[in-house]
Design a binder for this molecule. Structure first.
Ligand SMILES: Cc1ncc(COP(=O)(O)O)c(C=O)c1O
Length: 361
């Protein structure tokens, strides 16, 4: 099963052009420990990294590469912090499309290796993803190259690749099927595409009479990339550009991208903005593994870090039904778990004799 079972609700692609690797319909699991300990009785995790390339971006890649196949495109030119690139590289491989990706400087090893294995051509660009001038210049170049007739530009945001983003809206359709009550959906945000997609997906369900009302879509950002969370919380209508200083891979997006839409559409859903520190994110990443058995990359822990902060600030009621998007796998970013691993007993190599005596000691 794939996102294409929602074909009547997403941008239309003829059946013969649909590329799928089995994305979508990811698990929704209840928190056993972190929620109850924070006084949240109904905290849930949407495990959207349980997906062919281990991040939620497969919803985007399935839709956007299918659109490319339908339009007869043979070259994909993309930008990525890692996960979009890994997804596009995989779906382009499946579709027989060439894939060239401009990557932010700090992309983690796991994501780079994955893209290379799928056969994509990669360039890491100094300053891309950190300073506004370099990031804007890369985007302009990519758009120029992507305007050639056999090529298409792919960036996982409505601003650049709107048809593909309708694939991400299926996360709302999944959730509406999986649980009867959602009060808040917490989303990590870099460029804001995921939050906008969730808000639009729920809006479509309300318009179709499937849901009575949309849950509040809550935007969570690291304080080092606060383009939209504070503007949303403080009542502004515009996102803002920043110099990105966060070290959370995937959320280093200093430009606006889908920020204005995120601010206005998440507010319309009843949601607000939440800011967390990188340290809070890493601590939450550790807790998700230790207390819940969920191995996520740092960006995948951001939504929960935001929900826990909102709970501490008494912005959530104890019986509210809260879902946190867990968007990428821990295997994507081995460096981010080095400290946690170093604090354990490790995995000593022992001989059979030593191993057999373990029980005695
Ligand atoms: C794991 C993960 N979570 C969240 C996001 C944020 O998505 P968006 O840029 O659509 O806000 C990204 C973006 O790359 C990501 O890789």
């Amino acid at each position: 099963m794939s996102i294409w079972r929602w074909a009547d609700l997403i941008d239309f692609v003829p059946e013969h052009a649909r590329i799928t690797l089995g994305e979508g319909q990811t698990p929704l699991v209840r928190s056993r420990s972190i929620g109850p300990n924070a006084g949240l009785k109904n905290l849930w995790f949407k495990l959207d990294f349980v997906s062919p390339t281990a991040s939620y971006k497969d919803r985007f890649a399935a839709a956007t590469v299918s659109h490319m196949v339908a339009a007869g495109k043979t070259r994909c030119i993309a930008t990525s912090s890692g996960n979009t690139g890994a997804s596009l590289a995989a779906y382009c491989a499946a579709a027989g499309i060439q894939c060239l990706i401009a990557i932010v400087e700090g992309a983690p090893l796991g994501k780079l290796q994955q893209m290379l294995c799928y056969g994509a051509k990669l360039y890491r660009i100094r300053g891309f993803g950190a300073d506004i001038a370099t990031t804007s210049a890369v985007m302009a170049l990519i758009q120029k190259w992507g305007s050639e007739p056999d090529a298409a530009v792919q960036v996982s945001s409505y601003k650049y690749s709107a048809p593909g983003m309708t694939g991400v809206e299926t996360v709302a359709f999944d959730l509406a099927e999986q649980t009867p009550t959602i009060d808040h959906l917490f989303c990590p945000a870099g460029g804001g595409g995921l939050a906008v997609a969730a808000a639009r997906g729920f809006r479509k369900l309300v318009e179709r009479g499937v849901l009575g009302k949309s849950p509040a879509v809550e935007v969570v950002q690291p304080e080092g990339n606060d383009t939209m969370a504070s503007p949303l919380r403080d009542g502004h209508t515009q996102a803002r550009e920043v110099t990105s200083t966060t070290r959370i891979s995937g959320l280093q997006v200093p430009t606006i991208n889908d920020g204005h839409w995120a601010v206005n559409e998440c507010r319309a859903s009843g949601g607000s903005g939440h800011v967390v520190t990188d340290d809070q994110v890493w601590e939450t990443q550790r807790r998700l593994a230790r207390d819940e058995g969920i191995f996520t990359e740092p960006a995948g822990a951001v939504a929960l870090a935001g929900a826990l902060r909102a709970a501490r600030e008494r912005r959530l009621t104890s019986d509210a039904h809260i879902i946190c998007m867990i968007t990428g796998s821990g295997f994507k970013d081995p460096h981010s778990v080095e400290e946690t691993v170093a604090a354990t007993a490790g995995a000593p190599l022992v001989n059979l004799e030593e191993f057999s005596r373990l029980h005695e000691s």
